[in-house]
Design a protein around this ligand. Structure first.
Ligand code: FES
Length: 80
């Protein structure tokens, strides 16, 4: 697996209700998008650990093509 799967062609909006570390899925295989469920094992991909503050909102990339992981950078608009 050299390219990540497109989990969805739009970002996942998320708001932290407490200070927390999240593990953003980079391979696209997780069933708990946008977060890691361990499905990357053996794929060569690893989750990206991201620190969030209570009340912080994010647009996590769902297409996995962003150049600004783990955030959406608009790259999903270029997917066919
Ligand atoms: S969802 Fe991946 S860049 Fe927007």
């Amino acid at each position: 697996m050299d390219k990540p799967l497109v989990a969805q062609k739009s970002p996942y909006m998320y708001k932290a209700d407490k200070d927390e570390k999240v593990a953003w899925c980079s391979c696209g295989k997780s069933t708990k998008q946008p977060f890691c469920d361990g499905s990357h094992k053996g794929s060569g991909f690893k989750p990206l650990i991201y620190d969030m503050k209570s009340g912080q909102g994010c647009a996590f990339c769902g297409c996995k093509q962003t150049k600004n992981s783990p955030m959406c950078d608009g790259s999903h608009s270029k997917i066919d």
